[in-house]
Design a protein around this ligand. Sequence first.
Ligand SMILES: [Zn+2]
Length: 475
Amino acid sequence: MMWTKCLCLLWALSALCAPVNKQRQRMLLISFDGFRWDYDRDVDTPNLDQMAMDGVKAQYITPPYLTITSPTHFTLLTGLYVENHGVIHNMWFNTTTTEKKPYYQTLFVNEWWDNGSLPIWITAQRQGLKAGSLHFPGTSSSYQGEVAMVREVEPILYNYKNETAWRENSDKVMGWFRDQDLDFVSMYFGEPDGTGHRYGPDSPERQEMVKQVDRTVGYIRHLAETHGLTNSLNIIVTADHGMSNVYRNGLVEEITLSAIPGFSFRDIAFHLVDFGPSGMLLPKPGKLETVYSALKGAHPHLHVYKKEDMPEHLHFAKNDRILPIILWADPGYVINGYFPVQFHKGEHGFDNQEMDMKPFFRAAGPAFRKNLEVGPFESVNIYPLMCHILGIEPEVNDGHLNATRNMLVTSTGTRGENRSILQNTLTGIAAVAGFLAVVFVVVTSRQILKRKRKDKRSGSVQHLPEEENTKQTGF
Ligand SMILES: [Zn+2]
């Protein structure tokens, strides 16, 4: 009987000390292109407000420079600044042939994306999770020969603002979670960027598009409920950059490079200008100083830097793809090449310290605390946050979990640090309990054997039951 009691005690202790089987954590990362941090201030956004009540709202986030779509989205997927992940522009280009490809065509240039960094889909899959992506920049590329397990790239000339298509895409992604058991999906919507460019960030059209975004967020969260995902799915809703008004029609002195004294496109081997407020130049051999000194200080709202002198906070220098001279304009201005050809009322691509470039951020789900507003943080920190929630080991990145850890409920991270601490504690308790049980059994056995020998000497033999003998050998 004593052996049975002893074993029961041990089993009870083991059960008590076994690691807690935590709720699985999944992640849906949603980007609404060009959703500036304050777009919810002049529009009723009941669903975004509800999401903030149910989770976390950041005052704003800071995107990496260059504040345009593909570079900033690849930062969300890798946690790396643009100079470190190498997707330095929306446009693929070849300085030798002077060929350029626009945004959509560049999505399909594999080597532009697959240049040494791994997006979270691949890292998650290598660690046993299942990942998917819909329309997110970078989805069509393979990385070291691997692709997201489930993926969809938008067709050419896609209508990025059709709300019916938004709902169909939301249905599709929730179906991936439910029916294909995915752990991570990134999802992209091309608005309110397009409307912000065309009509300007202060326009009623942009306000209407924000209402459409809000309805879509409500629809997605409702789908999560009806698909039975509420207890496992975490949703982050954010954006790649903001949007700023552009002034022209005599309101400002426009920046046109060909009109600057001493500057000539004959000194330039390759250029990327007429692309909002940003530009890059490759001077012909021996012409760097001529070009630089002509442009530097030529316009009070034009910033001109040699690559090696770039301000540190922009993290946009240490990459071979970045051209030797970098230009950007102050808000309100764009950089024209030969003559003004840009007619957008809104633009992005400015310094990432400009408030107009800051995107919004909301997060809700079982990993996140409720009704919490946090201060601003850099978007490089979203990647380690997602890895932590998913319980995967991140690649080397420029973010820090400490920047976002305060958003999390303490038990989050299925394989993360919190669980490690808990698990280590429980394992320690289990080891001590096991050791004490073994000591107890050994001591008791010795006492019984002593008593047996004593009984034998005194002539009365007492047999232990066979079952208990057998189990004794198991220790
Ligand atoms: Zn964008």
